[in-house]
Ligand binder design. Structure first.
Ligand code: NAD
Length: 236
């Protein structure tokens, strides 16, 4: 019998740092040169959709080149070799979990390679440019595409599913997230209250460490593969 049956892995910008993607709060962070009020709010998109599209089209060019690092690949190994239901709940908009061939991925903040039609809800997937002239291939209406990124002021995606995963998991891993962006910062609390063992992987203690049973400090590209190898070994 495996030690755990339902594992939830929450990831944040820190898991992608070793793939060369700046974290949110670092000095050269992805949003550093653009205040979030200009590119990541509902109002900004209503005010100047062309500007917001340009910003995400440029970001796509950076993110399409990024490659998964050993932390993403360790999750693939866990999903292949450990007999449990293993879900990845990510705050990241990059697609490194997909590139590493992780499965059961929930992008609660959306993903950079998607745009959603505000007329019919159709989602297109592309690393190419999307703009105010783009025609929805489903309803044929022009100019209604929005980057499928959850802006401040919008609801997160997949929350019902994620809530039920958190309530039933017996192991909760939080990797490379500062724990200051809600509601993801409260996920550990839900998992812990419902009986999960909770572990945080980060470079340093975060402000949200009260509900973690264990902290593993260091770069996720080193600490996570070692932890996962041990988990798999102990199950054999
Ligand atoms: P954050 O920038 O607030 O925090 C990153 C955390 O990762 C920090 O606590 C830092 O100490 C830790 N960290 C940095 N390098 C690490 C490493 N090598 N190993 C382990 N930990 C490491 O990011 P957040 O908590 O995810 O919240 C910021 C928001 O910004 C998220 O909503 C996310 O959508 C967005 N964002 C996404 C990306 C991306 O898609 N790659 C990049 C930047 C920001």
């Amino acid at each position: 019998m495996p030690e755990y049956k339902n594992i939830v892995i929450l990831t944040g910008a820190g898991i992608s740092a070793e793939s060369g993607l700046a974290t949110f709060r670092s000095s050269n962070g992805l949003w550093n040169n653009h205040p979030v009020e200009d590119v990541a709010t509902v109002e900004a998109f209503q005010r100047n959709p062309a500007y917001v599209h340009d910003f995400y089209n440029e970001l796509k060019k950076e993110l399409v080149k990024a490659q998964p690092n050993p932390a993403h690949l360790a999750i693939t190994k866990l999903q292949k070799e450990y007999p449990a239901k293993i879900s990845v709940v990510t705050q990241n908009v990059d697609t490194l979990h997909e590139k590493a061939q992780n499965s059961n991925i929930y992008h609660i903040h959306g993903q950079i390679n998607q745009a959603v039609c505000q007329n019919c809800g159709h989602i297109i997937e592309t690393f190419g440019d999307v703009d105010t002239q783009t025609v929805c291939p489903n309803c044929q209406v022009m100019g209604m595409m929005k980057p499928n990124i959850v802006f401040f002021g919008e609801n997160l995606l997949y929350m019902d599913k994620v809530d039920s995963l958190l309530r039933t998991c017996d192991l909760f891993l939080s990797i490379g997230t500062s724990g200051v962006v809600f509601p993801a910062a409260a996920f550990v609390q839900i998992a812990k209250i419902n009986g999960a063992h909770t572990i945080e992987f980060n470079l340093e203690p975060t402000s949200n460490n009260y509900y973690f049973d264990q902290h593993i400090f260091g770069k996720a590209g080193t600490t996570l593969p070692a932890f996962i190898d041990e988990l798999i070994k102990n199950n054999k």
